[in-house]
Design a protein around this ligand. Sequence first.
Ligand code: SF4
Length: 270
Amino acid sequence: MTQNNLEQSLKTDPSHFPMKLWVYTNYDCNLRCSYCVAESSPRAPRRAIDINTAQLIVDEAVELGFENIYFTGGEPFILDDIYAMLAYSMARVPTTVLTNAMLFRGQRLQWLKEIHSENLTVQVSLDGSCPEHHDPYRGAGTWQKTVVGIRTLQEYNFRMRISTTETPANSAHLDEICTFRRSLGIADEDHFIRPLAKRGFSNEGVEVSKQCLIPELTINAEGVYWHPLSTDPDLRVSAEIFPLSAALGHAKAEFSEISAVNATEMQEFQ
Ligand code: SF4
């Protein structure tokens, strides 16, 4: 939905609420990106969602009419359970998993190949067409490994999207990453570019809050939140995951209140 359409929709139907659900599967990661909003790193506490909880979340989300589920972290592919979570979800609803694409080798690649589905999209973070535009915020050598991961996913015909965070290291080179991404055979509609957000490890970027974010309900092991950009306490909707219908009700009510006075300020933030 475009911003204009959304504003129109909010005027005519203030209860409109994006039915996208995010699940933070874990917070540990093989990388420690200096802009990470989740403060993930190899040493971050895992704070994992277990497989039973993930399945209950999917069941209730489908019942409530959520149209897409996104699994994120941390690096979800650190978890041995992630394949079963994705398989369960994508059998019921279009499912996306976010990744740095650096772990697709050996047994992990084998497990991923076994769950291949047209209902699964793998969304890879790539910030540049060369290491100089990607590595400053994500770590030395990461561009090269991520591109290898993208090519591996393509070799096995996974549906793929690219997400790019605009930073001072790449903002003058966004055309180059679009050209590079097209050279990989990835379409324009499968590429998102979002600004840096001032959350987590990042001390630069745009300030975000409930007042300026169009909500996308987000779950972690500790509760339900307004948006996947942050699971800081100010964005918490509920300390209880279940019933998800209750958290959805709270978020809808708050969204109606905020959008009644603030619709023009609210943004989608990929
Ligand atoms: S931005 Fe993504 S890849 Fe980087 S540390 Fe955070 S979770 Fe890991």
